[in-house]
Design a protein around this ligand. Structure first.
Ligand SMILES: [Zn+2]
Length: 247
C-alpha cells in the first residue's frame, strides 16, 4: 500500500492512500455546489485528483476515523464530512480524528456507486482494492474505532436512517451504534456477529480485526441530495465524536 505524508496544514495533516482512485470531484456538479471551500478543503480536492485523501486533525488518544464516499454516488455523507472538517479544523479536539471525505474520488466524480465495476464495500477483505487499502491504513495507524458514512435511497436496503453494528467480536461496535441512535433519529440495526449478511464490507472487516466499527446511513436518492440528508449525516458524525468525547 502506498502511504505518503504530504504537507502539514493548520492543525491537521494530509496524506494519500491508494493512488489509483484519483478523480476531480468538482466535476460532480451537485456535490460541488454544496460543499464549503476553505483552504484545507481546496487542498483536499486537489489531492483527491491523485488518489484517496486522508486528513488528520488533532493529536493523541483516542484515535478514531470517519469515512465517506465508499459509494461515490452517496453525496450527503461526503458533504457532511466536509462540514465536519470545516467546523473542527481550527478547534482543539480531545484526541485524533482521521477523515476520509471521498474514499474513491473517481467514483465521486462519476457519481457512481461502483469503481471499475466493483462495489468497494463488498471487497474490503481482498488485497489490491481501495477498501482493503483503507483497512490496512486503519491497522497501521492504530485506529481505535471507525465509522463509515453512507446514504441509502428510499425503499432500498436498508432504505431508512440507521446505524449498522455487530456485537462480536467487537462489542464496542454495538455500544457506539446505541449511542448514535439514542442521540439521533437513526435506527439501530445490529447483528450478533460481524460479516453475517455478506463479506467484504469495510465495517465488518474492521470489526473482525478487533477494531470497533459502525456503518451509518441516511436516506437520500442515489446521486442526489435529499433535503436535510447532509444535516442528518452530520448529526451522526457529531454523535460519533461525542461518544469518544473528542468534542
Ligand atoms: Zn453506501
Amino acid at each position: 500500500m502506498a502511504f505518503e505524508n504530504s504537507k502539514d496544514i493548520f492543525r491537521g495533516s494530509m496524506s494519500l492512500i491508494s493512488y489509483e482512485t484519483g478523480g476531480n470531484i468538482e466535476k460532480n456538479r451537485l456535490l460541488n455546489e454544496n460543499i464549503p471551500k476553505n483552504q484545507i478543503i481546496c487542498n483536499l480536492i486537489r489531492l483527491a485528483r491523485h488518489g484517496t485523501p486522508l486528513l488528520k486533525i488533532g493529536e493523541g488518544n483516542p484515535r478514531i476515523m470517519g469515512i465517506a464516499g465508499v459509494h461515490g454516488n452517496e453525496l450527503p455523507p461526503q458533504i457532511a464530512s466536509l462540514w465536519l472538517i470545516d467546523e473542527l479544523i481550527d478547534c482543539d479536539i480531545n484526541g485524533t480524528l482521521y477523515v476520509i471525505p471521498f474514499a474513491i474520488p473517481y467514483a465521486t466524480m462519476e457519481n457512481s456507486r461502483r469503481f471499475k465495476g466493483i462495489d468497494m464495500n463488498r471487497i474490503a477483505s481482498k488485497g489490491g482494492y481501495v477498501s482493503n487499502n483503507i483497512v490496512k491504513a486503519i491497522k497501521m495507524l492504530n485506529i481505535d474505532a471507525v465509522a463509515d458514512f453512507h446514504s441509502t435511497k428510499p425503499k432500498s436496503n436498508p432504505g431508512r436512517e440507521s446505524v449498522f453494528c455487530s456485537k462480536n467480536p467487537s462489542y464496542q461496535s454495538f455500544e457506539i451504534a446505541r449511542y448514535i441512535t439514542n442521540a439521533t433519529s437513526s435506527e439501530l440495526i445490529g447483528y450478533d456477529h460481524a460479516g453475517t449478511l455478506y463479506t467484504g464490507a469495510l465495517e465488518d472487516e474492521c470489526n473482525l480485526a478487533g477494531i470497533p466499527a459502525v456503518t451509518c446511513e441516511v436516506v437520500s436518492e442515489n446521486g442526489e441530495i435529499d433535503e436535510g440528508s447532509p444535516q442528518r449525516s452530520y448529526l451522526q458524525m457529531i454523535s460519533y465524536l461525542e461518544y469518544f468525547k473528542l468534542i
